[in-house]
Design a protein around this ligand. Structure first.
Ligand code: GAL
Length: 446
């Protein structure tokens, strides 16, 4: 199995580049076969833990910053009261790039954890393979269908059976700014790109980096998807990243987003490095940079560092995106591997969705609750605005590409790879990138 995995990833990379359609045709069957074998292996293992005694569950996730650690500690501390000990299997990687790979290889090796952070469209792929525990009774008891935002309920219920525990909803189209720096130069947060330019020029003349930004592909993609929304609307965004129509990629609105991305480079640190998102958040907090476009997990992080919202920093929507909520929903899935873990797995689902837990967890994490009636604290204007916009319903809710809400992993990676090529090489023409994306999109799974 280990050899199979080692062999498979370079293969996936290769076909991802050169023949996405063929890869998509072959891979599900290959994965299904391997997973069936590994499942049989897992089931053959005997585990004799009793649910009344202390039971240890492994949770594979990628949360390791200060705020993420606090959020995990909150959940695990509460579980300990029910004799469930949460054992971390942390795979350090912003946005979970490595975590998905490790999860697959652990499945193939017959060594699956009991829980895993698995976000977005991929939930339904894993459910289709019969790998996830269905928790219909827990969801019915907690009235999840009525209490969750409908889009959250739909996401976790791919085959009409709930298979994931939703934890919180992040807003991606968030512009953070350092209040001290803005006050010193008598600046207002920009509501348009023209205003952004005026602000950025003043900051740059004073030796301050206008926009903190890393060269990590997922962070560039997080910025870029926001720009696509800013240059278009929710319908167009879905045409590009959910339906992946070739026409969307050759559209003038897509060209404008690419041009905007290139334009923004002059306001970023020079040269760009692949810094972590916490480094970028720190750069903005320290005033070395004045602004940051990032999911609102950065708010959780700033708060965890003792910097209060509307104290050291504030947030507004990225210019021209205030009407929309570009979302990323965090979810934990339960691997259906061994019945002796079932009651612990169900217990976690109940605990995580309790209103008091939801309120505290999301305050720490920077997100808003998945419970539609749980309003965030009045004094947290970032969360208030996120909650108000998200509550307006599916027409304004826009699924993040970079954070797996819009499409499958292969499509996401193929699109991001092209955007990165464009971002890294100023000689590539906008129209070339558009043409390449349109060609790729014709071969992506729909
Ligand atoms: C997102 C995830 C967030 C946060 C972020 C940075 O994909 O949903 O909870 O962890 O990545 O790693």
């Amino acid at each position: 199995m280990h050899t199979a995995i080692r062999n498979w990833w370079p293969f996936a990379e290769f076909v991802g580049k050169y023949s996405i359609r063929r890869a998509c045709q072959c891979m599900p069957a290959f994965i299904a076969l391997c997973l069936l074998l590994s499942n049989a292996q897992v089931q053959a293992q005997t585990q004799t833990q009793s649910t009344n005694q202390n039971q240890s569950v492994q949770v594979l996730h990628w949360w390791m910053s200060s705020s993420e650690h606090k959020a995990v500690a909150l959940l695990s501390g509460r579980l300990a009261q029910d004799n469930i000990s949460w054992t971390d299997a942390v795979i350090p990687s912003g946005s979970g790039i490595g975590a998905g790979i490790v999860l697959k290889s652990r499945m193939l090796a017959g060594n699956a954890p009991e829980f895993a952070q698995l976000n977005g469209v991929i939930i339904s792929e894993w459910a289709d393979l019969g790998l996830l525990l269905e928790i219909d009774a827990i969801a019915a008891e907690g009235k999840w269908e009525k209490n969750l935002f409908p889009s959250v309920w739909n996401l976790i219920r791919p085959r009409q059976h709930p298979v994931a525990i939703p934890l919180g909803i992040h807003r991606i189209n968030t512009l953070f700014y350092n209040r001290k720096v803005f006050a010193r130069f008598e600046l207002n947060p920009p509501a348009s790109w023209d205003e952004f330019e005026i602000v950025a020029r003043k900051l740059q003349a004073a030796g301050i980096i206008p926009l903190a930004q890393s060269a990590e592909p997922w962070q560039v993609a997080t910025l870029f998807e926001t720009l696509v929304l800013a240059e278009s609307d929710a319908v167009f965004y879905r045409e590009a990243f959910v339906h992946k129509t070739a026409a969307a990629f050759t559209d003038a609105r897509f060209a404008r987003a690419l041009t905007r991305l290139r334009w923004l480079k002059k306001w970023m640190p020079q040269p760009l490095h692949e810094n972590t998102w916490t480094d970028m958040t720190r750069m903005m907090a320290d005033g070395d940079a004045a602004m940051l476009v990032m999911g609102d997990w950065a708010k959780g992080e700033l708060n965890a560092w003792g910097i209060v919202t509307d104290g050291g920093f504030s947030c507004v929507a990225v210019p021209r995106t205030a009407a929309y909520h570009l979302y990323d929903i965090d979810t934990l899935v339960m691997l259906a591997k061994d019945a002796s873990f079932r009651s612990a797995q169900e217990k976690i689902a109940q605990i995580a969705l309790a209103p008091a837990m939801q309120a505290e967890y999301n305050q720490i994490k920077g997100s808003i609750s998945v419970l539609r009636n749980l309003e965030p604290p009045k004094n947290d204007r970032c969360a208030q605005s996120s909650w108000k916009v998200f509550s307006r319903g599916s027409a304004v809710q826009v699924p993040s590409l970079a954070h797996r809400m819009a499409t499958d992993e292969i499509s996401k990676d193929a699109i991001i790879a092209e955007v990165m090529r464009f971002f890294s090489d100023d000689k590539i023409a906008v129209t070339d990138t558009q043409r390449r994306l349109a060609a790729i999109s014709r071969n992506l799974p729909k």
